[in-house]
Design a protein around this ligand. Sequence first.
Ligand code: FPP
Length: 188
Amino acid sequence: MFKAKEAAGVTVDPERIPRHVAIIMDGNGRWAQKRHLPRIAGHKQGMENVRTITRAASDLGVKVLTLYAFSTENWGRPQKEVSYLMSLPVTFFNKFVPELIDQNVRVMVMGNIDRLPESTRTATLNAVRDTADNTGMVLNFALNYGGRDEIVRATQAIATDVAAGQLQPDQIDMQAVSDRLMTAPLVH
Ligand code: FPP
């Protein structure tokens, strides 16, 4: 007989809990619009939801929770909105890293973080560093992440290994590609 797991009012069969859950954080603008609030109020609420979802996923025994927080396409949004979005990781990590440590949650990040503003990058990297020894759920933020960018980087890594004679073209299989995706470090 299984022992049901419960979190955030949901009861789940522990056998059926996915290892890795990924969430595209969408609908913030619509949420705000419905309430006659500015779009950024929706993003603020989205950030608060990260806290709730993280706790629930961790309590349910999810191993990796990936949150698509900012895509490479999101730079095209109005400057004020981009600035606000860039301030969210700073607010979030300043407020919640102690709580994440308490929950044994480890923060990781995927995407081209070199292009993020200094304050965003530092807050994120500090959170990664401060939670590096945690052994529970991985909370993986996709920041300045793009699917095409990920493919380009994986392809470059494969080409580099082939050029160096470390990989033969006929050895390029699904595993070889998986090993070079941004999700590779998450598998533990
Ligand atoms: C899309 O909603 C959402 C985003 C572009 C950003 C979402 C990310 C956060 C709120 C949290 C970031 C937090 C941390 C801690 C990194 P939308 O504006 O496209 O909404 P719509 O689909 O209703 O227009």
